[in-house]
Design a binder for this molecule. Structure first.
Ligand code: NI
Length: 209
């Protein structure tokens, strides 16, 4: 399924992912808000009023404990991944940097957060240097394995280790969750969508479409 990574190309695994992805898409749709009177203007999935992804308590790459409220007054884009990700995460973070650029002067009103799903290997230092490669304002967030599992459950994020000989990679959900400056979850954007799609939804959220 498109919403998940494709770090490996084994057909069997792809089939499992397709099922998981379809289930995820369904659960996202069924959890979308009750504002169905008028069609959403968002290019992503309108999840206004959804009863999940309500927030997190994690540690930022400088060691401070953070919650969603710490980023109030900004639109917040959250993405889950890991620094050794070969393809999907770098693409997502490069796109997020492009989105910030496309927002022009409003780019400063966007906070991008990157939550590791590989707490075993991703140190705060690695998360910091990784996220800042894309934009100095991006923040990496981490927690212990239990905390990450908890936050992933809250966000309905799927992640799973995939052995690669002596090491491992991870399959993970590649959706971006976007909050408005009031801290309300508004839209979930898919990995296949363009920086322009993301920027269009963020302009709506920032009231500057
Ligand atoms: Ni990744």
């Amino acid at each position: 399924m498109a919403s998940l990574t494709q770090h490996q190309a084994m057909p069997r695994r792809a089939m499992i992912r397709t099922t998981a992805g379809a289930a995820l898409a369904l659960s996202l749709w069924s959890l979308a808000g009750c504002n169905n009177e008028k069609p959403s203007q968002f290019r992503g999935i309108d999840v206004s009023g959804a009863n999940y992804a309500k927030g997190f308590t994690l540690t930022d790459h400088d060691g401070s404990e953070r919650t969603l409220q710490d980023y109030a007054n900004k639109a917040v884009l959250i993405f889950f991944g890991f620094t050794q990700c070969p393809d999907v995460c770098p693409t997502a973070l490069a796109r997020a940097a492009e989105v910030k650029r496309l927002l022009g002067p409003d780019g400063d009103k966007l906070q991008v957060l990157f939550v590791t799903v590989d707490p075993e290997r991703d140190t705060p230092e690695m998360l910091k240097s990784y996220t800042q490669t894309f934009d100095p304002s991006f923040v990496g967030l981490y927690g212990d394995a239990e905390r990450i599992a908890e936050v992933a459950r809250e966000y309905k994020v799927y992640y799973k280790k995939v052995p690669t000989g002596s090491s491992y990679t991870l399959d993970h959900t590649a959706l971006s969750y976007v909050y408005d400056p009031q801290g309300k979850l508004r839209v979930v954007l898919r990995h296949e969508q363009t920086a322009e799609d993301y920027a269009a939804d963020l302009k709506l959220i920032l009231g500057n479409a």
